[in-house]
Design a protein around this ligand. Structure first.
Ligand code: HEC
Length: 164
């Protein structure tokens, strides 16, 4: 991971230098901020999309007649995105490395637990997708709750809670 990360940092720094040189509006501290590995924003965008999809699922479940096709599609989207989580955490990208991220160092201290937490979301979202096809609102609601537990289970251990 470090081998792939280092060149990327160099490229980002070079780009930042070019951008600073080309734009009169570049803030003075732009180069330092731009040195952030691109994978951090990539994983945050991925989680944001997971959050939006989960919100859509819950929104449907508040209706008398939920759109189960939509729930199944959102659950599949979460499933695809959950499978990407593991690959989004190269070493040196924790909050302790000075980046704008909520990724705790625990991710790299307990890699097997983190991997298991990601796999749990893969499994629970797959279950939600297949249950949605059967159209039983109570069962789908219960599985959505269980899947939400997979989010919380990982966040409690591996995501910085900046509200504390
Ligand atoms: C395997 C661990 C794990 C699982 C499972 C997980 N998350 Fe996260 N989540 C994280 C980490 C770590 C961050 C912080 C990422 C960062 O800031 O670089 C995060 C960040 C987020 C964010 C903020 C993204 C942003 O804009 O910075 C949202 C929203 C989110 N998660 C929603 C969810 C939802 C909803 C689920 C379940 C459907 C879920 N997460 C499951 C670990 C996880």
């Amino acid at each position: 991971m470090i081998r792939t990360l280092a060149p990327r940092l160099v490229v980002s720094a070079t780009l930042a230098g070019l951008l600073a040189a080309c734009s009169s509006e570049a803030p003075v501290d732009a180069p330092a901020a731009a040195a952030e590995p691109a994978v951090i924003e990539e994983r945050q965008d991925n989680f944001e999309a997971i959050g939006d999809a989960f919100k859509a699922v819950r929104g449907e479940l508040e209706k008398d007649a939920p759109d189960f096709t939509l729930i199944a599609a959102k659950a599949s989207d979460i499933n695809t995105r959950a499978a990407k989580i593991e690959g989004h955490f190269p070493a040196g990208t924790s909050v302790d490395d000075g980046f704008d991220t909520e990724a705790l160092a625990a991710i790299w201290q307990k890699p097997d637990d983190f991997k298991a937490a990601a796999q749990k979301l893969v499994g629970e979202s797959a279950k939600l997708a297949s249950l949605a096809g059967k159209g039983d609102k109570a069962a789908v609601g219960a599985q959505a709750m269980t899947m939400g537990g997979a989010c919380k289970g990982c966040h409690d251990n591996f995501r910085l809670d900046d509200k504390k």
